[in-house]
Design a protein around this ligand. Structure first.
Ligand code: OAD
Length: 255
């Protein structure tokens, strides 16, 4: 379908006619909260080699370096606050009876804004998982140092084997339950809102394509055109934290 020129009333109309909503977010959704994205000019993967910091092989060869990068991200995330876009998405779940937020973000800003109907397909930056028994833990429940050394790396309390960050790295699969929920929601929604993802990873999951094929209206919010924009009926080239509150305000007035 031809991409509509962006007009706020077209977006408001799409939302006001929707019943089953799937929101799909990526790193750009947390940009107005001060968190970096991955692939933009100053993104995480420009500073950290993903082969070391986002693969199991990298972790096994440099566990201290990798854990300390995640410790640093935990500090950044802990200091960040949800932005206006996160709060609008949290309000949406109370507006639409059929709603799911599918996020690739490992920060907890959606939850802190009030989102409860969500699946985190790439894991959670606060989580750790035992390499042997796969038990998961919240790192905040432990008295870990700000920086790890070989001697202080996180160890499973049950089997005393090294724990890894509970994040889906390159070459790994999204957990089944999260994947099923995301596939179901994207296949059955009548409106999909795509926020702040380049599609470099998520394009492979086919959520947006699937929603479009099943007749959903696709609204994308992203200042930059990307590989998912071809599926969008309406592309909103603006920062999510700024434009989502505007859209929500118009929608509330319209109702
Ligand atoms: P990317 O860094 O690939 O893409 C971020 C997108 O956000 C880009 O398309 C930007 O144009 C857009 N963007 C920037 N500022 C924005 C704003 N203010 N409002 C809306 N959009 C904005 O990040 P993801 O697509 O999320 O995996 O990356 C996917 C995965 O790759 C991540 O989950 C991560 C990474 O490897 C893990 O951490 C496991």
């Amino acid at each position: 379908m031809k991409l509509m020129e962006y007009r706020i009333d077209a977006v408001v109309e799409a939302f006001s006619g929707a019943e089953r909503v799937c929101v799909f977010t990526g790193a750009g959704a947390s940009k107005e909260s001060g968190l970096p994205t991955f692939r933009e000019i100053d993104g995480e993967w420009k500073h950290y080699d993903p082969m070391t910091f986002a693969t199991l092989e990298g972790f096994l060869s440099e566990p201290v370096q990798v854990w300390n990068m995640y410790r640093m991200r935990q500090r950044q995330i802990g200091e960040a606050q949800p932005n206006g876009g996160h709060s609008v998405i949290a309000q949406m779940e109370r507006q639409y009876p059929h709603f799911l937020l599918v996020t690739q973000n490992v920060d907890d800003l959606h939850e802190r804004a009030g989102s409860r109907k969500l699946v985190k397909i790439h894991g959670d930056c606060w989580g750790m998982r035992c390499l042997q028994c796969c038990e998961t833990y919240d790192t905040r429940d432990f008295d870990f140092p700000a920086e790890f050394t070989t001697e202080t790396l996180p160890i499973c309390p049950k089997c005393e084997v090294l724990c890894r960050p509970d994040i889906v790295w390159f070459g790994e699969f999204v957990p089944d339950d999260a994947m099923h929920a995301a596939v179901w929601s994207s296949s059955t929604c009548d409106l999909m809102l795509v926020v702040g993802t380049s599609g470099e990873v998520s394009g492979g999951y086919g959520f947006v394509e699937r929603a479009a094929m099943n007749g959903a209206t696709i609204v994308e919010i992203n200042p930059t055109e990307g590989i998912l924009t071809q599926h969008a009926h309406i592309w909103v080239p603006e920062p999510a934290g700024v434009v989502l509150p505007k859209i929500w305000q118009c929608l509330t007035m319209y109702k």
